[in-house]
Each structure stands twice: as structure tokens, then as C-alpha cells.
Design a protein around this ligand. Sequence first.
Ligand code: MRU
Length: 352
Amino acid sequence: MRTIFWDYDVNLLKMIDQRRLPGALELATCRTHVEVAQAIREMTVRGAPAIGAAAAFGMALAGFESASSSTRGLLADLEAAAHTLKASRPTAVNLAWAVDRVMRKAHSLEGNVDDLRAAILAEAQRIADEDVETNKRMAAYGAALLDDGDTVIHHCNTGALAVVDWGTALGVIRSAHEQGKRIHVLVDETRPRLQGARLTAWELQQYGISYEIITDNMAGYFLSRGEVQKVLFGADRIAANGDVANKIGTYMLALAAHDNGVPVYSVAPTSTIDLSTPDGQHIPIEERDPDEVLGLQFHGEPVAPQGAKARNPAFDVTPARLITAIVTENGIAYPPFLDTLRGVVHPKKVTY
Ligand code: MRU
């Protein structure tokens, strides 16, 4: 099922409200591009490709919102909306990628304002459709890396909810499972927003894939005991040198895997690879409200003393040296990533 889609009956954007899962499966509706930006910021929709698709549809909403009767005026309104949407979250590059793609399309078009509005929606729809296709291709490449009987540690939220449908790292696990491979997943709960415990576990349960939730700090224990054969996660932005920005905690997981000789795979579409960013140090890292850390309760009681302070970076950067391979829809990139990532982003320009 598509987790985010345009409802053509009412010309509005609908998405599964990820804040409500696993307790309730509900749809949220966005009527304006500002509501889309808010849904992205507040994590109604989350996961790099999903927020890219959301932003693209947000641009379509902006087109319909604009009262301008001239193409120039409409383009100016779209530019303003693009700015608002891109500012909603800084780290996942798919957001800017999708908005820029829609803007490029808008600038390349001829015709009246209604033609332009229709073409922008069509471009957003294409981005969503391509996302599903991309995930299936990544999953096919990645599933070949998993063996029957593997136990995999998975970090964060990379299933259908984090994309339009199927998933990145979880899509790989899903395809391997469909091929009949017995895969067991140790699901990092993924503090502080608990995307693993809340969303990944919920999805695995839907697909009938064997899993157990672990707290993030248990990963090293299981890796050191030889109980884990592979580590899988997605990415929010991959720099040209192969440094991977992903949900906070990924770096510590990759370090522990590396120390124990366990392969580490990042699974991401080429829209997540940002060749204009040379390395991880140049990736902007979102710092979120400390309340996400301090608001946790245990047995109904706050875990931190009143007045406590906290830090809350939402992502970290795993250096390329800890990454075994990056799985994309155009194939698997191995080190040296500086060469091979260019190859998967521009598959026709480089041959191996
Ligand atoms: O802050 P979130 O929930 O949007 O972060 C999501 C992740 O970090 C995912 O691991 C990432 O987008 C992986 S690819 C779907």
C-alpha cells in the first residue's frame, strides 16, 4: 500500500500519520504547502524518500493555492513555496532534490497557468511512482546480499512508511523474505523518537518477518557474540566520498559492526546521494527539541529530573571507512566510493 498519495477525487495530499502508529492506522490530509511543511517538521511523515515525495506534492498544492493568473506570478509563488518546504528539515537531501526537480520542470514549461499547475502535479506523481520502482530495484540488488538464516540488525525506519512504498533497507529484508530466505531482524528501537520500535516493528509484523526489538545500546553485545551476520540501514544524505548521514545511533552501530567484522550496508536511492557535498562534515545535521529526549516516561514517570537539559542531534555521520557497500537502484557501490558513487548516480557515464 502507498503510504503517501495524491487523492485525485479531492485534489489533496494524504499520508499515513506516522505519529499515531503503532496504536492507530490513520490518514492525515494536507490542504496547503504550509501544512505539508508542518507535517514534515512534526514527523507526521518521516523518512528521506517519503519527505521528498511529500514536498513534491506540496509544490503541486502550492500551484493550486496560487491565485496568480500569469505564469510569472505562479512561478514566483512556487519559488516561495519551495523555500518554505526546503526549510522544513535540513538533513535528508531527498527533500531539496524533489523540490528542485519540480521547480526545474516548472521553469522548463510553456503554456498557461492551468497547464503549469497540471504539469507540476504530474511531475510530483512521477516522483512518487519512480520511488516505488526504485525501491523494488534496490531491494532486488540488496536481497542477494542476504543469506538464508541471517540475523540482521536494522536501525531506524526504512520500510514502506519511510518511502512511498516497499522500503530501502527494510525493502531489502522484505524481498529476501519473499524469496523464501529465513531472516531474523534485531530492531534497534532508535532513541529518541523510537522509529524502530514503533514503525519498523509494526511493518515487520505486517509482513510476517521474524523480529525482536533491542535497545540501541544492545547492538554491540549481539555483534560481539557472533549472533549477527549483517547490519542494514538507510540514509538521509550520502556525501560524494561515501560518508553516510543517517538516524542518530547509526555511527555507533557501524563502529561495533566494524570491530566485529560484520558487513555494514546502507541502502538508499541515488536521490539520497549528494555529489555536491564532498564529505560528511559538510552535511547539515538537524538538532531537534530536547523534549524528544526528556519527554520519555518509564512506568508513567518522567525519566529525567525536572529542569534537566538535553542535546538532541537527529542524525550522525558514519564515515565511509565503516561502510561495506551502498545499495542503490542502479547497483551496489563498493569502496572506493568517490569513484563508484559517481558510477551509480550517472550509470551511463561510467562503466566498470
Ligand atoms: O528523522 P526521520 O524519522 O525522518 O529519520 C528517518 C531515517 O533516518 C531513516 O533511517 C532514513 O530516512 C532512512 S531511508 C528511508
